[in-house]
Unconditional design. Structure first.
Length: 129
């Protein structure tokens, strides 16, 4: 939605973030590989906005992912799990790229949710066209 629009910079906001330990990158592309330590706002959705977390009762898969992040030295600072998407603030400590860490976590959750849907005989949900 905002990719082609110019974002007007607020110099006071830039100065505020420059004086804190947060990274402020005003025109950072959405898909950027990074391994820089910092706090990141991360969100991901289920395919087609299907309520897969709710239908499969797959909330535990998200909690297991958060536990795996903690075991890797990262910290989940805040989160909200909705029926079809997740938002969270992650203090990322570097190491493997953030893209790799998130990709592995989403893959793990997808396999877990598919397994739960098949157990509940609701596998037709993930074949939505």
């Amino acid at each position: 939605m905002y990719r082609n629009e110019e974002i007007q910079r607020d110099s006071s906001l830039e100065q505020h973030f420059a004086s804190t330990r947060f990274w402020y990158i005003p025109n950072m592309p959405i898909h950027t590989r990074t391994n820089k330590e910092g706090i990141y706002f991360i969100t991901f959705t289920c395919y087609g906005w299907l309520p897969l977390f709710e239908v499969s009762n797959g909330f535990d898969a998200v909690y297991h992912f958060f536990k795996a992040l903690t075991m890797q030295g990262h910290t989940v600072l805040a989160y909200v799990i909705m029926p079809n998407h997740v938002h969270f603030l992650l203090h990322y400590n570097g190491g493997k790229s953030l893209n790799t860490v998130m990709g592995n976590g989403k893959r793990f959750m997808a396999y877990e949710i598919i397994k739960l849907l098949e157990q509940k005989k609701k596998h037709i949900l993930y074949y939505k066209s």
